[in-house]
Design a binder for this molecule. Structure first.
Ligand code: 5GP
Ligand code: ZN
Length: 137
């Protein structure tokens, strides 16, 4: 897609530090890493995000993400890994070309903090929410 930075990286028009490539998938080091070895895995063809990516491509991307997570543990001596994908700007997606973050974790106080606010169960009626979700399944 025109003006997409990851399409340009995938086609070689823009430089990147590549750690993996096959016919469909590319993995590069994040230019602003949260931790040492922070990698982005993406399809070469443009899809906006996880939600709009066809299953067969999604599978290929996730298999590479799993492999990179395993390698982070073994080669980089990470003690854990976060696998993360943001969908739409409200969820923190800044590059609108589907990608999965593979973030090696070394310590709970390293470069990444994920915190979830505990919304009280009283305000959020769980059975009602479950009904809304299951209607769409
Ligand atoms: P998002 O916020 O969309 O989930 O993640 C986008 C990620 O892409 C960010 O972590 C950002 O640092 C990274 N990024 C943005 N532009 C470039 C680039 O040109 N090259 C590389 N390697 N990473 C990029
Ligand atoms: Zn793109």
């Amino acid at each position: 897609m025109k003006d997409c930075v990851f399409c340009k990286i995938a086609s070689g028009e823009l430089p990147s530090t590549k750690v993996y490539e096959d016919d469909d998938v590319i993995a590069i080091l994040d230019i602003n890493p949260a931790t040492r070895g922070h990698t982005l895995v993406m399809p070469k063809v443009h899809y906006d995000n996880f939600l709009s990516t066809p299953r067969e491509i999604l599978t290929k991307v996730m298999i590479v993400a799993q492999r990179l997570g395993q390698i982070a543990m073994k080669q980089l001596h990470a003690r854990g890994v976060n696998i993360l994908t943001n969908c739409y700007p409200v969820a923190g997606q800044s590059v609108l070309h589907f990608h999965v973050h593979v973030i090696p974790r070394y310590d709970t106080t390293d470069g990444l903090q994920i915190s979830m606010k505990d919304m009280s169960e009283e305000k959020l009626n769980l059975p009602t929410i479950a009904k809304e979700i299951t209607k769409g399944m």
